[in-house]
Design a binder for this molecule. Structure first.
Ligand code: PRX
Length: 639
């Protein structure tokens, strides 16, 4: 046993030796010459001179020892499908997809945008890109045409891969009309679309050049496409995430550092072994999907359970709050990873579901993505009688920043309710004062969670196409020093355990989905009768947070009438649905005469949020005009 404190200390004091050792967890075509080049901070180049491939480590590497072991179990409760692919079959499918992409003209460094539901072909597509060195950019299938268009413009993909439709709780969501609209809106047009026809909906791509996957697959099923020998620092993917501005940021990730970071996290944090079964309930549109549905488990030689569906609907389409647990029993899942929101949904179900199935295979349930409220964590831990392990991280870091690592022979920090744990190896974490930047070393002091550079392997390299944005957004927000800001508030207890207290910026977290309030505001502001709007995140028992909008109408003459207000509110919600997707729809739109602002014109979001949550707004005396806040108070108190 190694004490985690020593392991951590070594990662900080001797990072080169530490990360050189971890590099041995993956296979290289050529060993790295330099572990970390940090000659141009804050840009870190990990494993310079080494060549490797994520797809080789996730697939080909396992052919020798586990070709017949299940690699991917695809389960869709939406289409009543269960299909298992062993590593050999996965190898075949991925090579086939890679050959199709090559025939469509995709080369190393080209972007491929993947706008797909949770079907196995989406995973093949990601691995196929990695195989040939194309950069994938997965866009969450729940996003609508406006979100998709801005991502197409930023990524400038040569090819878009999509399906005829997704399905959510039995409702078919046609994708092609949304894609067609997005391409029309975008200034940059993809050359062609690869379309997977599930037979759920009519394909409507207009004049866009489309390649049918079924036909192309037949042609290329026996194709052999070797893994490209990629530099460790070559880009593997970009993944868009929300920030303070309305324009989403393309978080850019490397190849070698990411592979090592994931392999190490599977061993030390998740305590995984080859042959075990990992079930992460997220979606490939989010970072958890990239790291712990697709790459992490496969790199570790595990089976990944790839799930399309909700937590409360069974294979035959009937209500079933035990569906996940039945899959744990059936496929002998050893590790489960979910989000607190999903557990809060399960909490509303009959607790008998938790004991109905044999969960003896399960080692632990990992939760991340949003703060886990203690009652929910305790409820599920007691219900399934397994350890519940909270872990805190971001799209930007790619793997946990805070957790409790008890795998790979480590010990010393047990999971504690109410805390995601302690800093993970490689992260030089500090709490600093928001405005002075002074380090807060005491216990119980609330500060901004920051990380000293270089960020460890696996973390973002930069913002795609915008190094200046990477530096200015993340590394210059704390006065007097260049440190990476997580934009999260945190607090540390006497034993070194942290608690995360929410974002310091305008990012909100709805049901584990990270959204920018500015994006929602921009979408609402496009309504012809909206002059100005503020969107804030408000605490919600089920979803963690929901978006609430406060709009000033251009013409308010009819808004004295409740029906007219409802009509306009409905129009605005529909606008957001069509532009960003239903995930971003505000739970309410209130109409106000003025928005509360400081003298210099800055919107008082924190005060609006406090009012909506029934908290104290602090001193309003500095305001020229407290009336707008008082109006909001009155509106939200009327149920
Ligand atoms: O505010 C933190 C919250 O989610 C943000 C990152 O979201 P995303 O980029 O979607 O990545 C999710 C990766 C799991 C963080 O800045 N967050 C994430 N995990 C936790 C959390 N807040 C509290 N506790 C957590 N365990």
């Amino acid at each position: 046993m190694t004490a985690y404190a020593d392991f951590y200390q070594r990662s900080i004091a001797q990072p080169e030796a530490f990360w050189k050792e971890q590099a041995g967890l993956i296979e290289w075509f050529k060993q790295p010459e330099q572990i970390c080049d940090y000659s141009n901070p804050p840009f870190a180049n990990w494993y310079k001179g080494g060549t490797t491939n994520l797809c080789h480590n996730a697939v080909d590497r396992h052919l020798k020892d586990r070709a017949n072991q299940p690699a991917v179990v695809f389960v869709s409760t939406e289409t009543n499908t269960e299909k298992t692919y062993n590593f050999r079959q996965l190898h075949t499918e991925v090579q086939c997809m890679a050959a199709i992409l090559q025939e469509m003209g995709v080369q190393k460094g080209d972007r491929v945008l993947i706008y797909m539901p949770m079907i196995a072909e989406a995973l093949f597509a990601m691995l196929a890109c990695a195989r040939i060195g194309a950069i994938h950019s997965v866009v969450f299938g729940g996003f609508a045409s406006g979100s998709l268009a801005s991502r197409i413009d930023d990524a400038a993909p040569r090819v878009v891969i999509t399906a005829d439709a997704g399905s959510r709780a039995g409702k078919i969501v046609p994708y092609t009309p949304l894609l067609k609209e997005a391409v029309a809106l975008a200034a940059t047009k993809p050359e062609s679309i690869l379309i997977i026809d599930r037979g759920l909906s009519t394909i409507d791509l207009g004049a866009l050049r489309a390649v049918d996957y079924t036909a192309a697959r037949q042609k290329h099923l026996n194709s052999e496409v070797p893994c490209a020998h990629l530099d460790a620092t070559d880009i593997s993917y970009t993944l868009y995430t929300s920030g303070t501005t309305g324009k989403p940021k393309g978080v850019q990730r490397d190849t070698g550092g990411y592979a090592v970071a994931l392999a190490a996290s599977m061993k030390y944090i998740f305590d995984c072994k080859p042959g075990q079964v990992y079930f992460a309930t997220s979606d490939i549109g989010w970072v958890v999907g990239h790291s712990y549905i697709v790459y992490g488990p496969l790199i570790a030689g595990m089976t990944t359970l790839f799930y399309e569906g909700t937590p409360v609907r069974g294979m035959d389409g009937s209500a079933d709050g035990g569906i996940w647990w039945s899959l744990v029993e059936k496929y002998k899942v050893t590790h489960m990873f979910s989000a607190p929101t999903a557990i809060r949904v399960l909490k509303k179900q009959d607790p008998a579901y938790l004991t109905k199935y044999d969960l003896s295979s399960l080692q632990a349930l990992f939760l991340a993505g949003e703060p886990v409220d203690e009652p929910t964590a305790r409820w599920i831990a007691a219900g399934i009688n397994k350890p519940v392990i909270d872990n805190y991280w971001q799209t930007e870091t790619g793997w946990p920043i805070l957790a409790t690592a008890n795998g790979g022979g480590l010990s010393g920090f047990k999971p504690q309710f109410g805390s995601p744990g302690v800093p993970m190896y490689g992260y030089k974490l500090k709490l600093v004062h928001e405005s002075t930047g002074e380090e807060l070393k005491g216990h119980g002091e609330k500060g901004v969670v920051v990380i000293e550079g270089p960020l460890p392997p696996g973390a973002m390299q930069t913002v795609w196409g915008d190094d200046a944005r990477f530096v200015n957004t993340y590394w210059k927000s704390i006065p007097g020093q260049m440190v990476y800001s997580t934009f999260d508030w945190g607090i540390r207890d006497a034993n070194g355990y942290f608690t995360i207290l929410g974002r310091t910026d305008d990012v909100i977290n709805v049901a584990g989905h990270r959204l920018g309030t500015r994006e929602i505001e921009e979408s609402i502001a496009a309504h012809p009768n909206v002059a100005e709007v503020a969107v804030v995140g408000v605490a919600d028992q089920l979803k963690g947070q929901v978006a609430m909008a406060f709009a000033v109408a251009k013409d308010a003459s009819k808004l004295g009438d409740a029906n007219e207000r409802l009509k306009l509110e409905g129009e605005i919600m529909k606008l957001v649905d069509g532009n960003l997707g239903a995930v971003a729809r505000p739970s309410r739109v209130y109409f106000v005469t003025l928005l509360p602002k400081t003298r210099s014109g800055k919107l008082l979001r924190r005060a609006i949020q406090a009012i909506c949550e029934g908290r104290d707004t602090g001193d309003l005396a500095t305001l020229d005009d407290p009336a707008p806040l008082l109006q909001i108070k009155e509106l939200v108190s009327v149920k």
